[in-house]
Unconditional design. Structure first.
Length: 557
């Protein structure tokens, strides 16, 4: 029930031990029961405030934290709005282009606050003893949540009810999820599970955290923004600010320490929580580098007027970094080949052995190197070394690395032009002499030594017959022969006889040497007597033994 702004109300508590019945006595000018038709047709029970001060008064929001959130060690969670429209049923759209919005509901308090602002229903502190409540705020408006297994209200499940702008509001059409297992809900009953899940994750990192440590962690990491720091209950201008906590700054009894920031809390516990790298001067992905891969081409975060290297200005201008967040146009003159690139060398510069650089297009040079000439220089020769010139045997020869001269030594001893290895007439071999073998070569003509070991031709060969019966030529030095004639031997031949004809021979000299042809002798023993005869040589010599005579020999012979 709602009580008029004038009059009074007395409340009597049940007596101890009596029936649990409260009694209220109301008096005054106006008492109204539940207001069913303040806004025709939609059953909105929300009271309003008249401009003349009449009507109904909203109470101060302070001290509205209830049990169990008010317990000493409980973490009380405020709710704020993170969604005011959704679109999971595309055909049911209205003039705004969104199928479902809180403002389509018949109850006006859904849009009391904008996105990011504290929900109208979120209980405020402090506790009656002055302790700050709540401790933290979490999303609690426009939350897609699950239904209870026991939710079977026919209207909620009737998604066939058509939507029409300005027509009847159907919860099923506007807020039940397509799978019928959940819906778009709001309340601190949505905010508290979010905070509980976040605290569970923090406890996984540090299981020693207690409520005091969590309050300290929230105090150090909760997010502040314009909604938390400048909170006033005036988002809907039809309302007046009756919140005694408004504009109190943080921490306060509306937001606690601010909005829950799980990433910041993790970072506080573990040092860094990896996130996608953005250009903000911070190591977002915790790899020890700042803004890698997301900075501009000059290493900063600002949008550049042009990319470094892009053309600008005159013929050869390009943008270059001017610090990390700006570019400047740098326009040098064209290079020696008419282009913009820096040349590796200037045209005309020496290169290779005898080359010079020349332009190869407008932005490059190439080495034009004909190589050294035949004399090792770089100039073009008037005549190549070895080409004929002058008289019979002249040819050009290098006179310096860059010139040649005519050199004519004349013909050689064989009438050719080559340098001979030997001069004709020179001795060679044992008895030879060098002779020309064509105009430019020689050969050795060597008949070998004669029979006397010399080189001259002999008049007669040694050993050939000469003079009388037994003469023959003999060497007289190495170059001559002479006729040597000893005459015939005693037998008329030319050989030296082994014995002189007529000389005794045989046993006891009883035989006679006779010529046996012209060049040999033999012993004739026919005149020797038999053993024991008158002419027995043994008797003659008086030293013959009969036994020896019988054997045909004498003692001592």
């Amino acid at each position: 029930m709602f009580v008029a702004t004038s009059g009074s109300m007395t409340v009597a508590k049940p007596p101890i031990g009596g029936a649990l019945t409260w009694q209220a006595t109301l008096s005054g000018n106006l008492v109204s029961a539940y207001r069913d038709e303040v806004v025709a047709g939609n059953g909105d029970p929300t009271p309003t405030v008249g401009s003349d001060g009449g009507g109904w008064r909203e109470s101060d929001n302070a001290y509205t934290i209830g049990a169990p959130a008010s317990a000493d060690r409980a973490i009380a969670v405020a709710a704020y709005m993170t969604r005011d429209q959704w679109d999971f049923d595309a055909p049911t759209t209205d003039s705004t282009g969104f199928g479902q919005r809180y403002e389509n509901a018949p109850i006006g308090y859904y849009d009391e606050y904008g996105l990011g602002e504290l929900a109208y229903f979120s209980g405020r502190g402090p506790r009656r003893d002055g302790v700050m409540k709540p401790e933290i705020a979490a999303p609690g408006v426009g939350i897609a949540s699950s239904f209870s297994h026991f939710t079977r209200h026919a209207e909620w499940l009737d998604r066939a009810t058509p939507f029409s702008a300005g027509g009847p509001y159907h919860f099923a059409t506007h807020r039940v999820l397509p799978d019928l297992e959940g819906g778009i809900l709001q309340g601190t009953s949505m905010a508290c599970p979010s905070a509980a899940g976040a605290i569970a994750l923090l406890l996984q990192v540090d299981p020693t955290l207690d409520d005091a440590a969590l309050r300290t962690l929230f105090s150090d990491t909760a997010r502040h923004d314009a909604a938390t720091d400048n909170f006033e209950y005036v988002a809907n201008t039809a309302k007046t600010d009756t919140d005694s906590n408004a504009g109190a700054g943080l921490p306060n009894n509306d937001w606690g320490y601010g909005k829950l920031d799980l990433t910041a809390a993790f970072t506080e516990l573990v040092g860094c929580v990896p996130e996608a790298e953005v250009c903000n001067g911070v190591d977002d992905n915790c790899n020890g580098q700042v803004d890698e891969g997301v900075e501009n081409a000059c290493g900063g975060c600002a949008a550049l007027a042009g990319n470094p290297g892009d053309g600008c200005g005159g013929v050869c201008g390009t943008y270059a970094c001017d610090g990390i967040d700006a570019v400047v146009c740098n326009d040098p003159d064209t290079n020696a080949c008419g282009g913009c690139a820096v040349l590796g060398g200037n045209p005309g510069d020496a290169c290779g052995s005898c080359g010079t650089l020349a332009c190869d297009g407008v932005d490059a040079t190439t080495c034009n190197d004909p190589g050294a000439n035949s004399c090792g220089g770089c100039a073009a020769l008037a005549n190549e070394p070895g080409a004929t010139c002058g008289g019979t045997c002249g040819s050009y020869a290098c006179d310096s690395p860059d010139t040649t001269t005519c050199n004519d030594p004349g013909a050689n001893a064989c009438t050719g032009c080559a340098v001979l290895a030997e001069n004709p007439g020179d001795a060679c071999g044992s008895c030879g002499t060098v002779e020309c073998s064509g105009a430019d070569a020689t050969t050795c003509n060597d008949p070998g030594a004669n029979s006397c070991g010399g080189c001259a031709a002999l008049g007669n060969e040694p050993g050939t017959a000469c003079g009388g019966v037994c003469g023959s030529y003999e060497c007289s030095g190495a170059e001559n022969t002479v006729c040597n004639d000893p005459g015939a031997n005693a037998c008329g031949g030319c050989s030296t006889l082994g014995a002189t004809p007529g000389a005794p021979c045989g046993p006891g000299g009883c035989g006679t040497t006779l010529c046996d042809g012209s060049d040999a002798t033999s012993c004739d023993e026919s005149a020797c007597a038999a053993c024991g005869g008158n002419k027995d040589p043994c008797n003659i010599n008086a030293d013959c033994c009969s036994n020896n005579c019988k054997r045909g020999s004498c003692k001592g012979n």
